[in-house]
Ligand binder design. Structure first.
Ligand SMILES: Cc1cc2nc3c(=O)[nH]c(=O)nc-3n(C[C@H](O)[C@H](O)[C@H](O)COP(=O)(O)OP(=O)(O)OC[C@H]3O[C@@H](n4cnc5c(N)ncnc54)[C@H](O)[C@@H]3O)c2cc1C
Length: 397
């Protein structure tokens, strides 16, 4: 068994591997189910990668290649799917040479996210060809297989704009971008940008009701203010609505936070079984690659401490809960060892108000805040103010 096994060769897993190798850990293994390492960026052939973590501009595939290059020294095994987690770090693998079991050692889960497909979105209508998620569309486009010419894009998170960029690169002109809410979820003026630069209208307050077509998509039915309209098109790209790829920890019975959809961790990135650590987008949907990569580095730093026997007993953790308009908060447990505590969360909806942290019944932090649901809320609490308390709650009033 390697000293550390990382599941997932995306930005978080590869960055963690680099930090561990550079710190002198001799046997670091990265397991990746795809034929190539690199994670999601491999399929996003547009710029916008590497700025935060590598301080350079890359397109997705180049960024992925650079992460792999920097993780030299780690044993990256591709075409290996981890199928189950056992107690104390035992891993069940499916490889092209057959099943395999790895026992013992520290395991870092970095399996990322996936987009909600059509089935999970309960969209009615027929089941024609030409309905994809952004990830599947980008994978097809990279392989030169263009599934449609005039799709509609459903959703307006940043990833919808990634779909727009890929479409442009592939010579495809989407018919519209459709957002059920009153404004786009990505930063403005993304909507003006979509219309002016790509010639794609953004329809807000609009819902996809049905997909029509027998063999191929022929139209979608959109609803706005109770009025339905049939819009001709030849494909549908579902974007966003991400969920952590958490079936491994879930089926192993590790605690899952229903609010994030990812494994609950402590402030040392440890899951309920301290043989398992978790990092990157698996922790919550969805951050950009730079944040996920730096999170991988932070998790690796804690793993180094675990290997040296320096981490405090996991049983000493106290719970952190979210209240008011907070959708979630993580880490979900913290050990108050006198050092600063960093917490991250998101709001349920666009909100202007007061963010406060209660340690038991004592107010230990507050600030005025204006947030959108897709923006991260970060807060750093001074360790000294928290000593002796039994719980923390983060409340958005
Ligand atoms: C369409 C799209 C466009 C994006 N555009 C940008 C952008 O322009 N800039 C930016 O900074 N960010 C962008 N992002 C976000 C970025 O992709 C993520 O932040 C980043 O990839 C997260 O890294 P990660 O390592 O946590 O997960 P991932 O990159 O998802 O990597 C997880 C890896 O784990 C592997 N895996 C999962 N389960 C198993 C298993 N059981 N066994 C073995 N391997 C497994 C997966 O195959 C995958 O390779 C985009 C995301 C999407 C979906």
């Amino acid at each position: 068994m390697p000293d550390v096994t990382i599941i997932g060769a995306g930005p978080a897993g590869l960055t963690a591997a680099r930090v561990l190798v550079q710190a002198g850990v001799r046997d670091v293994q990265v397991l990746e189910r795809n034929p190539q390492p690199g994670g999601l960026p491999r399929f996003c052939d547009h710029p916008g990668w590497g700025v935060w973590d590598l301080h350079r501009f890359y397109n997705g595939p180049r960024y992925a290649a650079e992460l792999v290059r920097r993780a030299a020294g780690a044993n990256i095994r591709t075409n290996v799917t981890v199928t189950a987690l056992g107690e104390g770090g035992t891993l069940h693998l499916s490889t092209i040479d057959g099943p395999e079991v790895l026992e013992g050692g520290i395991v870092l889960l970095a399996t990322g996210i996936r987009e909600k497909p059509r089935g999970a979105r309960l969209v009615s209508g027929t089941r024609p060809w030409g309905v994809t998620t952004t990830g599947a569309f980008q994978e097809m486009a990279q392989a030169g297989q263009i599934p449609f010419r005039r799709p509609v894009i459903i959703g307006s998170e940043l990833v919808a704009f990634s779909a727009l960029l890929t479409a442009r690169h592939a010579g495809i002109k989407p018919v519209a971008m459709v957002e059920p809410g009153p404004r786009i979820l990505a930063r403005r003026p993304g909507d003006l940008f979509a219309r002016a630069v790509f010639g794609v209208p953004v329809r807000t307050n609009t819902r996809l009701v049905a997909i029509q077509g027998i063999d191929r998509v022929e139209a979608v039915v959109l609803e706005r203010n109770g009025q339905c309209e049939e819009v001709p098109c030849d494909g549908v790209i579902f974007t966003g609505q991400f969920t952590p790829e958490a079936w491994l920890p879930r089926s192993a019975g590790l605690e899952i936070d229903p609010a994030t959809g990812g494994p609950a961790i402590d402030n040392f990135f440890r899951c309920a079984d301290p043989a398992y650590f978790a990092t990157g987008n698996l922790l919550r949907p969805v951050e950009h690659s730079g944040f996920a990569a730096l999170e991988g580095a932070r998790a690796a730093t804690q793993i180094l401490r675990a290997l040296r026997g320096e981490l405090p007993d996991a049983a000493a953790a106290i719970p952190v809960t979210a209240g008011g308009a907070m959708r979630y908060i993580y880490p979900q447990r913290v050990i108050l060892d006198g050092t600063q505590i960093q917490l991250f969360g998101r709001a349920v909806h666009a909100h202007k108000g007061r963010l406060r942290v209660m340690a038991d019944d004592t107010l230990v932090y507050e600030r005025l805040i204006k947030v959108l649901p897709e923006r991260r809320i970060s807060l750093t609490l001074p360790g000294a103010a928290l000593a002796g308390h039994k719980s923390l709650s983060v409340i958005l009033d």
